[in-house]
Design a protein around this ligand. Structure first.
Ligand code: ZN
Length: 657
């Protein structure tokens, strides 16, 4: 581990708080030190208050901020002296502590100070840095971890046996630090939890952290516990899509709402799962207690969600009576799955959440394997993990200020998603919280959105193999399918029946009709396992109710597709799957309609471009985002009792009315 301190960058900092931001980000940027909101940092600064009195203020990381991206306003300013006085108390309840932290803030709109504020206050150094460094927690989670830590660091650190974070830890640290710290002390090791470093300058405190972690890494290397053997090849196991969808449904039922299941395809995960001792090493606990709120204490081994949930209920019923106040059980579903065939899978309400779980568990596996190579992985007992999992101050980290979006945890597949109505639909569904799989023959589909919940797959829908591969990828990435928007279609050049070649006819049918039959057929078993029941929207055309001369192939294909939709509604109603069609007309804000073409068509009808665009009963322009919004709404609860409907979105067409 090397220091990333950069004199030039640090030189740009104009005050100590800016330096604190700079070095916090250095720590936060290294996932082997902290992950997703883990760790915390502080700086003590003397300031004049509004009545010109000097006060010492502890700037401590605010709850909800991530060290990797923290800014000055992410630090909560708390009066230091009252915090130090609190540490001398024998006991302080959580509500009392939260109240004290809040009432000693000097900025009304500051974030909630970290639950480790009092601990930071009692350490007599200007800068204090705290991480959950992999190498350190690995060693502390071994059978003889404390002895090893003492061997490595000698008088450089004060070793703190595990105590639940919060006031009790701060009080113990205050006592142990006073008793044991000497001139050599540069840090503290918290068993089963993490590491602190401190100094009076930002650089020294940061570099002491790097030094302490580096010593742990070298120790692991010297004890043949650094290098991990991975088989080079990822095992390409083909897993039945429906099997994955069933697993996702079982999990969603236990959670009580739809969840995504992301198959990580991690080589490390695959190797970990294949180990003979996977049960023993995976069923203990996380590397540091606060991961428990993201990953639960242990992963599901295999796919038996019911028995995992039963075990979870047992765990809750066993430890809940020991809690100080009564607790309500969280959902009993796993967040990490280790399966012989599927490898490492991660569960989340969004792709972002599943990715957080993946990052944490990737590091967890690395730590476990190294600890095993060092002599034996051993985590905290379940009772301690329970206390963290059900600690209000930990759960507060997950508390959301807003309700989940309507399609949170759900997956939609949209065809023809690189442009026009398809692309607009990608945005509409992403905005509603769905994970979106976009298919398009245009390669640019891969980059249509940079949201973590978007997967763009180039795919020729007339190629059955490509469709199968795309569906495999979609299910691997998100766990199943809840909604389907059949949008892809082509409009061939105008041709009267007398001149319509069979080739043109078949080309149009292949995309507008045959491909949709294949998709409906292949997606049906997935939609059957949608936790909130499957929904399909077919993008039809005004040409279905009001065909135009010269558009024989197109009109016939969309009419046949509409008929197929009606039959699917009849066949799938028993599964609760709803399927409806939209019939848009004259949607011109798509790639096909360039200014030149628009002008030419308008002239053809003797209209101005604006007249041509708004040539309908309402005299309005119909835009692709309006069609997309309606398609999304049709998958929502407003249309819960509607199937086989055909809804025009055309500004009113005299021939349809
Ligand atoms: Zn910590």
């Amino acid at each position: 581990m090397q220091s990333l301190w950069n004199e030039q960058e640090a030189g740009k900092c104009e005050n100590e708080l800016e330096l604190r931001v700079y070095s916090s980000r250095l720590l936060g940027g290294d996932p082997s030190l902290v992950l997703h909101g883990g760790g915390n940092t502080s700086v003590k600064i003397k300031e004049k208050n509004v009545v010109n009195q000097e006060e010492e203020i502890l700037y401590i990381k605010g709850s909800g901020w991530d060290l990797a991206t923290i800014k000055a306003e992410g630090f909560a300013p708390v009066r230091l002296q009252p915090m130090i006085q609190l540490a001398a108390l024998d006991a302080l309840t959580d509500p009392q502590m939260v109240n004290e932290l809040k009432t000693q803030l000097t900025r009304a709109n500051a974030p909630a100070p970290s639950v480790e504020t009092i601990l930071h206050a009692v350490l007599p150094f200007r800068y204090v840095d705290h991480t959950h460094a992999d190498a350190v927690v690995t060693i502390t989670n071994t059978t003889d971890g404390q002895k090893r830590i003492q061997d490595i660091y000698k008088d450089k650190v004060v070793v703190i046996p595990y105590v639940m974070p919060g006031f009790d830890l701060a009080r113990d640290v205050a006592r142990l630090f006073a008793e044991q710290a000497g001139p050599q002390t540069i840090g503290m090791i918290l068993m089963h939890h993490g590491v602190f470093s401190f100094a009076d300058s930002a650089q020294e405190s940061y570099e002491r952290m790097i030094q302490l972690v580096d010593m742990a890494e070298r120790y692991l290397a010297a004890h043949n516990a650094w290098e991990i053997e991975l088989t080079d090849e990822e095992k390409k196991i083909q897993v039945n899509r429906v099997e994955i969808a069933k697993l996702r449904k079982a999990i969603s039922v236990k959670v009580g709402r739809p969840m995504l299941v992301h198959r990580t395809q991690s080589v490390r995960g695959q190797c970990f799962v294949q180990r003979d001792d996977v049960e023993k090493i995976s069923q203990q606990g996380p590397v540091t207690p606060d991961h428990v709120i993201r990953t639960k204490a242990v992963p599901l081994l295999g796919r038996d969600v019911d028995s995992y949930a039963q075990q979870y209920c047992k765990y809750f019923n066993r430890y809940e009576p020991t809690a100080k106040e009564r607790k309500t059980m969280l959902d009993p579903a796993p967040r990490v799955i280790l399966d012989q065939e599927l490898g490492l899978c991660c569960v989340g309400e969004s792709a972002k959440q599943a990715a957080i779980v993946r990052d944490i568990y990737e590091h967890t596996m690395e730590c476990i394997v190294r600890a095993e190579q060092l002599g034996g992985w051993q985590t905290l007992p379940l009772e301690d993990l329970f206390n963290i999992e059900y600690w209000d101050l930990e759960q507060a980290k997950l508390a959301k200020t807003e309700a989940s979006p309507v399609f949170a945890g759900e997956v939609v597949l949209i065809t023809g998603a690189a442009s026009g109505i398809g692309k607009a639909s990608v945005d509409s569904f992403l905005r509603r919280g769905a994970a979106v799989v976009g298919l398009d023959i245009d390669e640019c589909i891969a980059t249509v959105s940079s949201e973590p919940g978007f997967l763009g797959i180039p795919c020729d829908l007339t190629d059955k193999e490509q469709v199968q591969t795309a569906l495999d990828q979609a299910v691997s990435c998100f766990g199943g399918l809840d909604m389907l928007v059949l949008n892809a279609g082509i409009f061939s050049a105008s041709a009267a029946i007398a001149d319509l070649s069979l080739k043109t006819w078949q080309q149009v049918m292949a995309i507008n009709l045959d491909a949709n039959l294949v998709l409906l057929r292949e997606c049906y078993p997935l939609l059957q396992h949608a936790p909130n029941k499957g929904r399909v929207v077919v993008i039809g055309s005004k040409n279905v109710p009001a065909p135009g001369p010269g558009a024989g192939a197109y009109s016939a294909s969309k009419a046949a597709l509409t008929q197929l939709m009606r039959i699917a509604a009849l066949e799938w109603g028993k599964d609760g799957i709803r399927i409806n069609a939209l019939h848009p007309n004259a949607v011109f804000d798509t790639g096909i309609w360039t200014d030149e073409i628009l002008k030419a068509r308008a002239e053809h009808y003797g209209l101005s471009v604006q007249q041509y665009k708004t040539n309908n009963v309402l005299g309005v322009e119909v835009r692709s985002n309006q069609v997309a919004e309606l398609a999304s709404e049709m998958c929502g609860t407003l249309f819960d009792a509607t199937t086989a409907a055909q809804v025009p979105i055309d500004g009113g067409n005299e021939r349809v009315v």
